[in-house]
Design a protein around this ligand. Structure first.
Ligand code: 2AM
Ligand code: CA
Ligand code: CA
Ligand code: CA
Length: 271
């Protein structure tokens, strides 16, 4: 069995683990700010995935949101990038609408990506060069759309943020409408299926976007940061993903706004 098949089996097992574990009590802690939560289930699921990968592939490396691989600074060899629960606030408040997200890179190149919508039991997955799937159904190539006729996913927090909100506000005005699902990985999976045409974030971590980026690329979509710059998969950055046409159109809302660019450089540094 190769990495892609193993990864699909593993992420489904992680889904089983979460569904069983969440029936029992779990502790909820705040991280640095009171709205940034983590639970026992996040941590235990990351450890479950980590142990399974190393059991099978002792020489692979793993980065996870809940503390694994913090010393990893290069992409040599096989690198697994894991978010055990993406959408922890949904997990805590709704017990649904959260995902497990796993991206795999080999010597810095995208290899495969998997996003499991845990409670709906849908697996979005892709191997580089071989197309993308929702469960066993192949996803169609994305069609070009324009913002005025599109749904785009966007968290309202960014719209009210000083220095950057004005750029997001213009997008909200021009779009047919916006959606916010509360899980970046699911937003990206929904972009890959075309049920939203684009998804925008001011700040994501590698474990939020790595799987989604690979899946979106396999349906002909494009992912960069909001200024249209390529993503370095070891770094935090803003993310803009969508079909080719809307991606190009949306970059124009951000790379023409001097105040936005300045805030972005302050947050994410110079490319
Ligand atoms: P998480 O649930 O794994 O923490 C919610 O809008 C989305 O943003 C989720 O994918 C969530 O991932 C992510 N997120 C939550 N807090 C964040 C933060 N402080 N910075 C960046 N992304 C965050
Ligand atoms: Ca988190
Ligand atoms: Ca996440
Ligand atoms: Ca998480």
């Amino acid at each position: 069995m190769e990495i892609y098949e193993f990864g699909q089996r593993l992420i489904r097992e992680a889904g089983d683990f979460i569904r069983l574990r969440m029936k029992k009590d779990f502790r909820i802690d705040a991280k640095l700010n009171p709205n940034d939560l983590v639970t026992d289930v996040d941590r235990e699921t990351e450890t479950y995935i980590y142990d399974r990968i190393l059991e099978r592939y002792p020489d692979h490396r793993i980065i996870g949101e809940e503390g694994h691989g913090t010393d990893i600074e290069d992409t040599e060899g096989v690198l697994w990038i894991v978010d055990p629960i993406d959408g922890t606030l949904n997990f805590v408040h709704q017990l649904q609408n959260f995902a497990v997200s796993i991206g795999v890179y080999v010597d810095g190149r995208p290899h495969c990506g998997m996003i499991l919508d845990v409670m709906n039991d849908h697996l979005y997955h892709a191997k580089a060069g071989e197309g993308a799937f929702k469960d066993d159904i192949r996803l169609a190539p994305l069609e070009d759309t324009d913002l005025a006729h599109s749904l785009v996913s966007l968290n309202s927090n960014w719209v009210v943020r000083e220095g950057i909100g004005q750029a997001f506000t213009k997008v909200v005005r021009e779009a047919r409408s916006t959606r916010s699902y509360g899980s970046a990985a699911l937003d990206m999976a929904f972009t890959a299926t075309g049920i939203v045409s684009a998804t925008l974030f001011y700040r994501l971590h590698p474990w939020d976007y790595s799987a989604g980026m690979i899946i979106i690329s396999e349906v002909g979509g494009r992912t960069t940061n909001l200024l249209g710059e390529e993503i370095d998969v070891l770094k935090k950055d803003s993310i803009l993903a969508g079909n080719q046409a809307i991606h190009g159109e949306l970059v124009g809302y951000f790379d023409s706004d001097a105040s936005f660019i300045e805030s972005h450089r302050r947050t994410h540094g110079e490319k």
